[in-house]
Design a protein around this ligand. Structure first.
Ligand code: GLN
Length: 483
């Protein structure tokens, strides 16, 4: 039963082959048995899950239908869940029970999804390896000595290991697409503003976006359908109708114009990954797509710009964790300054402190123009590159990451080495564009992802292309040994 996708679960529930409660019990037992190897969950919500499953079964018995009605999922532990610990992977919020549900959590619950638990993540979503979590590193089910990617590494490892069919995640600079690539999943970062950020603990507010992680594009369509939509509580949420994503999966790719940026194939890219990316292009050509070389000339400036903007916004967002209102408070503070200093010094891990310092520096008087303002200008150039490219092509295709998943600990002493691995994903966040990563093969037994980018609000196009690709390839069906 644990091999079923969301789409298959929906059919099985509709045909009364099994109940949501049965499925939920099977998956909860599987998590208890196998997760100690992976550490992909921070909290299990067994009682809530069984309650929600029974309620979903009762709704189905009354004739209600819906692709998510009774479907088991989990939430990355930065989506607020009422009365349930929402830790953001940090000691700072280890004792924080959210007083309300994030919009995404509430919408999925209303659609009948069953929450099995909260997944592990890099502290405050800062990282690409899921090693900065207060709750310990997450392991990659394809090779337990390797990282699963980050920051949504818990969601990715759990879905890849078939502990559950799909999970929510967030992507500020690649944290849905990169772990998807590292664990052989399909992950979609929607257009900025497509999914509400209300109740999603902020890292860098102008870049953060929630989205689905699943095994197939078909399942991403189902989960995104439940997450997307306007929300008056989020001032950057966009009031655009949500199309039927599942309905567009079967469109023909005849004449689809694929742009392949020449800058993507530079020396930093593992040549074995380059070959797999070229193979995926050939596969899409067989389905009728036409390929064109394009250029994104400002791509080289994206990493430095992102690593100014994201920490700047983080330093401001994380100022609310002061030991006064909620979260961790140090023991026996001498005075108010000591309370602030020690609560933040003891509550935040090293990577979070590093980013707060970088961000505060970049925003300080005298440096604002040199760093923050300049980074914002680069951001516009990156966006302009994409706008020019999308005048000529329908989607942009390339690798999701320059290398496969690295060994646990391999980049711990050199944070910049890890930042450089974000080269292909962060441009979509800077521009606010939707992007998807899907399985494209293996290197040394580790999965490789191909990334597709599309114009604003063309999530349906990404899912369509990915679904057609998946109907003609079987990379996404491979299961890690032992799971
Ligand atoms: N690796 C990037 C960072 O650390 C992206 C993280 C994310 O998307 N949340 O900022």
């Amino acid at each position: 039963m644990h091999q079923l996708t969301l789409a298959e679960i929906a059919r099985g529930l509709a045909d009364k082959k099994f109940s949501s409660e049965e499925l939920t019990r099977v998956l909860l037992a599987r998590i208890t048995q196998l997760d100690p190897q992976l550490n992909s969950f921070i909290s299990l919500t067994e009682e809530l899950a069984l309650q929600q499953a029974q309620a979903a079964d009762a709704r189905r018995a009354k004739g209600e239908t819906g692709a998510l009605l009774g479907a088991p999922i989990a939430h990355k532990d930065l989506f607020c869940t009422q009365g349930i610990r929402t830790s953001c992977g940090s000691k700072m919020l280890d004792n924080f029970k959210a007083p309300y549900d994030a919009t995404v959590v509430a919408k999925l619950a209303a659609a009948g999804a069953v929450t099995l638990g909260k997944t592990n993540m890099d502290e405050f979503a800062m990282g690409s390896a899921n090693e900065s979590s207060y709750y310990g590193a997450v392991k990659n089910p394809w090779n337990l000595e390797h990282v699963p990617g980050g920051s949504s590494g818990g969601s990715a490892a759990a879905v890849a290991a078939r502990l559950l069919p799909a999970a929510t995640a967030t992507d500020t600079g690649g944290s849905i697409r990169q772990p998807a690539a590292f664990t052989n999943l399909t992950g979609l970062k929607p257009t900025y503003g497509r999914v509400s950020r209300w109740g999603m603990i902020a890292y860098a507010s102008s870049l953060d976006q929630g989205g689905p992680l699943a095994r197939t594009a078909e399942d991403c369509a189902i989960l995104l359908q439940g997450m997307a939509g306007f929300d008056a509580n989020d001032s950057t949420s966009i009031d655009e109708p949500v199309p039927d994503y599942s309905a567009s999966l079967n469109g023909s790719l005849q004449g689809l114009r694929i742009g392949v940026p020449k800058e993507y194939f530079s020396e930093g890219l593992d040549p074995r990954i380059a070959e797999l990316i070229h193979n995926s292009v050939k596969e899409l050509q067989k389905l009728g797509a036409v390929v064109k070389e394009i250029s994104l000339p400002n791509m080289q400036h994206a990493i430095p710009a992102y690593y100014v903007i994201a920490p700047a916004e983080a330093s401001s967002n994380l100022s609310r964790f002061d030991g006064v209102r909620f979260g961790y408070r140090c023991e026996d503070p001498k005075d108010l300054t000591d309370l602030y200093k020690r609560s933040r010094g003891e509550g935040f891990g090293a990577e979070v402190q590093r980013r707060i310092m970088v961000g505060a520096y970049a925003l300080s008087a005298g440096y604002y123009d040199a760093y923050y303002l300049k980074a914002q200008k680069i951001r516009r150039l990156v966006k302009n590159d994409f706008m020019a490219a999308f005048n000529e092509v329908d989607i942009i295709l390339g690798p999701t990451t320059p290398n496969p998943a690295w060994k646990l600990g391999a980049k711990n002493s050199d944070p910049v080495a890890a930042y450089l691995e974000d080269v292909y994903t962060i441009t979509a966040n800077l521009a606010g564009l939707p992007g998807l990563s899907m399985p494209a093969g293996f290197v040394d037994g580790l999965p490789v992802g191909v990334q597709l980018l599309a114009p604003y609000f063309q999530e349906g196009r990404l899912l369509n292309v990915a679904h057609q690709y998946q109907l003609n390839t079987d990379w996404h069906t491979r299961t890690p040994t032992g799971f």
